[in-house]
Write a protein that binds this ligand. Structure first.
Ligand SMILES: [Zn+2]
Length: 366
C-alpha cells in the first residue's frame, strides 16, 4: 500500500512538472489565456448618490465607528465636473460612468450634442452578460436611467420608462411605477414589460425563483420613502434578491444606487445622511459577502458628486454628530472610489469620472 501511495505521489509530481513545461513552451498563448482568466466573471457597480468623504464618515460614526466599506483596499478619487462646469448633476455624472463621455447636466445617456451613446450595461447585456439595476429612487431617476435610457433631459420620466422596453435589462427594482402605467400617452408599459418576458412585482419579498424570467419590481408609485420616513431595509433586501437571481448566470453586470444620500444632503439633514449611508453600506455588506464567496466578482463603489458641502464640526462617541453645510446643492470636491475583487487595483489613483467606464470596459469579457 505504501509503495502504491509513493507511486501516485511520484506520478502526480511528474504530471505537474510536464504541465508546467507545456506552459513554458506556449508562453505567448498562455499569457493571453492568463489575461482572459483574470477578467472578472461579474461586475457590480454601486453609486452612493451625493456620497462624499464626509457622508461616509458620518455614516461610520453613526454605525459604531465601522462600515463594510472599510474592507475595500483599493481606493481612488475621481474628478466629477461635467461639460456644464465644475459642478455636475447626477445625470451627467452617471452618463460619464455609463458611457465614458462628459456631457451636460441633465443629459441621460447622450453626449453634449444630444447624440445617444451606447452604455456599459448595453455593451454587457448585448454580449453574454445578464444585467440588472436597483435604485432607492424611481427607476427613471438620473443615475439608474443613464444605464438603460437615452434622453436629452432627466425630467422626461415617461420617455425614459419607454426606453426600458428596448434595453437589454433582465432585472430591475426601483420606484416610478406611475411612469409605466399612468402615462400621458395612456400606454400601459407594465403589459409591455410582461410581453417582453418580465414578471412584474409590487414589492421585493414576493420575488421568487425559479429565475428563468426577467424580473421587474416597483417599490413606489413615484419616489420611494427615505429611511427616516420608513423605507426600512428595502435596498439590502433588493440587493440580496438580485444576487440570488444572478448567482446561476454565466456573467452579470449589476448597477446599484443608494439614491437618497444625495436627497438628505440637499435637505442639509445629517440624521438623514447617516441613515441613508448606513442603508447603502448594508447593501455593500450583501455584495461583499457574495463577492467573497464567489471569488470572481469585481465590486466598484463610488459617488457621482458630493452634496451639501458637508462637514463634521463635532459630536460624541454615542454616534451623534454636529454637521454643517455650505450649500443645499452639489459641490465640486473629488469623491472616492472603492474596488474589490479581480481588477480592483485598476481603480487606484486620481482620474476623471469617465475613466470608470474605460476601466470597466477593459475588464468586460467580450
Ligand atoms: Zn442631487
Amino acid at each position: 500500500m505504501k509503495l502504491f501511495i509513493r507511486f501516485i505521489f511520484l506520478f502526480s509530481l511528474l504530471f505537474s512538472f510536464s504541465c508546467e513545461t507545456g506552459t513554458d513552451k506556449n508562453s505567448t498563448s498562455s499569457n493571453e489565456e492568463k489575461e482572459e482568466i483574470n477578467l472578472p466573471k461579474n461586475i457590480i457597480f454601486m453609486v452612493g448618490d451625493g456620497m462624499g468623504l464626509t457622508q461616509i464618515t458620518a455614516g461610520m460614526i453613526g454605525n459604531n465607528n465601522e462600515l463594510n466599506l472599510e474592507e475595500f483596499k483599493h481606493i481612488g478619487l475621481i474628478k466629477t465636473g461635467s461639460t456644464s462646469g465644475l459642478i455636475t448633476d447626477s445625470a451627467a455624472g452617471a452618463t460619464a460612468f455609463s458611457t465614458g463621455k462628459k456631457t451636460y447636466n441633465g443629459a441621460i445617456g447622450v453626449d453634449a450634442d444630444t447624440t445617444s451613446i451606447e452604455n456599459i450595461l448595453e455593451i454587457a447585456g448585448n454580449g453574454n452578460y445578464a444585467t440588472g439595476i436597483i435604485a432607492t429612487s424611481s427607476i427613471t431617476h438620473a443615475t439608474p436611467a443613464s444605464f438603460y435610457a437615452h434622453q436629452p433631459s432627466r425630467s422626461m420620466d415617461e420617455a425614459i420608462a419607454m426606453d426600458m422596453l428596448s434595453a437589454p435589462v433582465d432585472f430591475f427594482i426601483g420606484g416610478g411605477k406611475d411612469f409605466f402605467s399612468k402615462r400621458e400617452d395612456e400606454l400601459n408599459l407594465l403589459d409591455s414589460l410582461s410581453a417582453k418576458g418580465f414578471r412584474v412585482y409590487d414589492d421585493v419579498d414576493s420575488i421568487s425563483g425559479p429565475f428563468e424570467d426577467k424580473i421587474a419590481a416597483f417599490i413606489a408609485a413615484k419616489q420611494p420613502e427615505s429611511i427616516l420616513e420608513g423605507r426600512k431595509d428595502i435596498l439590502p433586501r433588493a440587493t440580496k434578491k438580485a444576487l440570488d437571481y444572478f448567482s446561476d448566470k454565466e456573467n452579470f453586470f449589476l448597477q446599484i444606487e443608494g439614491s437618497q444620500i444625495d436627497w438628505a444632503g440637499h435637505a442639509n439633514d445629517s440624521e438623514g445622511i447617516i441613515a441613508e449611508m448606513i442603508d447603502f453600506d448594508q447593501a455593500i455588506g450583501e455584495v461583499l459577502e457574495f463577492a467573497k464567496k464567489d471569488g470572481n466578482t469585481l465590486v466598484i463603489i463610488t459617488a457621482d458628486h458630493e452634496t451639501g458641502g458637508y462637514s463634521i464640526l463635532g459630536g460624541d462617541d454615542e454616534g451623534n454628530i454636529e454637521g454643517a453645510f455650505s450649500t443645499d446643492y452639489h459641490t465640486a470636491t473629488m469623491v472616492p472610489v472603492f474596488a474589490y475583487g479581480p481588477g480592483a487595483e485598476n481603480f487606484k489613483g486620481i482620474y476623471e469620472n469617465t475613466a470608470i467606464f474605460d476601466k470597466m470596459l477593459e475588464l468586460l469579457k467580450r
